[in-house]
Design a protein around this ligand. Structure first.
Ligand code: OAD
Length: 236
């Protein structure tokens, strides 16, 4: 396929905004498409505060499985393109909805994780958050204080972390190039980010084999997979 590459040097601030489709070619399932996690699992039983309060063991089992599956997967060429761009352009940020840590595993830095991470755990009673990267299973399910620990993930109906939202809003409203990759654009507030970027004057493009809910308002839609499109779109 012949497509014109994007000259990143002509932009001052660049945001890559990623969703589950960014990790799809690594082998991590998306949430809503064919084979999506929410087709196999009812999120009400696995991914909300009520589910965790009712049956924390079941919620931990589900997230241990997500960790084990993520560890079987590896970053692909699309992740490498973003990392390479970050290495040469300090003005490249990533805002991701993904909780799988795949951008960091590809060597990316400056990753704003809107929906948290399966590689962090927190104690709500003692008020701490820690990385937990050692094994596929979370190291501990209960805190030394006796309460259940909680994966540091934004579940359905949770408030997003206000500091993370502020960082994302700031990055997106300052950027002049916004590249949305692999998100269906149905989960808010993330779904509003292409509109935010557009309203502050950024050029907005989308990479997705299927148009997202926000495809109508971006400048260009590149219909294709992240791992195939990103190497074509950016010379690194
Ligand atoms: P979805 O599963 O809703 O959407 C995945 C998107 O990726 C779809 O638009 C697909 O067309 C696209 N896609 C599939 N394969 C692709 C590929 N190889 N390259 C590029 N795009 C591809 O996932 P999200 O939009 O990320 O929340 O979902 C948003 C949030 O809903 C997630 O962060 C998650 C979920 O509940 C939490 O984990 C807290």
């Amino acid at each position: 396929m012949k497509i014109d590459s994007i000259n990143i040097d002509s932009f001052k601030q660049i945001v890559f905004f990623t969703g589950a489709g960014m990790s799809a070619e690594s082998g991590v399932p998306t949430y809503r498409g064919e084979g999506g996690v929410w087709h196999e699992y009812n999120w009400q039983e696995y991914a909300c505060q009520e589910a965790w309060e009712l049956n924390p063991e079941k919620v931990f089992d589900f997230h241990d499985l997500r960790r084990a599956e993520a560890l079987k997967c590896f970053p692909h060429k699309g992740h490498d393109v973003i990392t390479a761009l970050q290495n040469t352009h300090p003005n490249v940020l990533i805002v991701t909805q993904n909780i799988d840590g795949m951008h960091q595993r590809a060597g990316s830095e400056n990753v704003i994780e809107l929906h948290g991470s399966i590689w962090r755990i927190r104690c709500e009673k003692e008020g701490w958050v820690k990385e937990d990267l050692i094994t596929s299973n979370f190291e501990k399910r209960k805190c030394d204080c006796g309460t259940w620990l909680r994966p540091d993930i934004i579940w359905f109906s949770d408030m997003l972390n206000p500091d993370t939202v502020q960082q994302a809003n700031e990055a997106i409203s300052k950027c002049d190039l916004f590249i949305s990759i692999g998100t269906s654009g149905v989960v808010w507030p993330a779904a509003g980010y292409p509109q935010l970027a557009k309203s502050t004057g950024a050029m907005c493009v989308e990479v997705n084999p299927e148009p997202s809910e926000q495809a109508w308002m971006v400048d260009d839609v590149y219909k294709g997979k992240a791992g195939e499109m990103l190497p074509l779109l950016f010379d690194v």
